[in-house]
Design a protein around this ligand. Structure first.
Ligand SMILES: [Zn+2]
Ligand SMILES: [Zn+2]
Length: 158
């Protein structure tokens, strides 16, 4: 009864898995830990103005596309955005209205977000005892990519 077609990771040849998350489900690659997130999901927690500004960058990007969107036949459009004082390269699909963050891009966001703003969710005390919970951990102690990305863009907008 699995109606969802196979979506292949743009960075490595393995199928993406649908992952539920606190702020909305997304597709995730178990190999490179990349995630595909629909704008509709991000909109639930990120200011519309931030999403609009981000999307304008996807439209305006002059970078050459090379990777295929996991959920449609189009190529992902690479673009850069500035977070804090760093340029971060991401990918967007104009047709699916989705953003792709591969493992390396997420690592870059983690590094940048650590310098830009204090994590918003640190006070909640999530995470195994003895480990300071970073902002992007959800209650299950699993990395919640959607919450993390929403946090990054929230911090970046404020
Ligand atoms: Zn992958
Ligand atoms: Zn697409």
């Amino acid at each position: 009864m699995n109606a969802e077609p196979v979506h292949v990771c743009p960075a490595c040849p393995v199928p993406l898995e649908r992952r539920p998350a606190a702020l909305g489900s997304h597709l995730e690659c178990r190999s490179c830990h990349g995630v595909l997130i629909n704008l509709a999901v991000l909109r639930q927690s990120v200011d519309d103005r931030v999403i609009t500004a981000l999307w304008q960058r996807v439209h305006a990007s002059a970078l050459a596309p090379s990777r295929r969107c996991p959920t449609c036949p189009k190529l992902l459009r690479p673009f850069t955005t500035t977070i804090g004082d760093s340029d971060v390269e991401l990918d967007g699909c104009l047709l699916c209205q989705a953003l792709w963050f591969d493992g390396a891009e997420l690592d870059q966001l983690k590094a940048v977000s650590g310098r830009v703003a204090p994590p918003r969710r640190q006070q909640r005390g999530y995470g195994p005892s003895g480990i300071t919970a970073p902002s992007f951990y959800c209650a299950t102690d699993a990395f919640d990519a959607v919450s993390f990305i929403a946090d990054v863009f929230f911090d970046f907008s404020s």
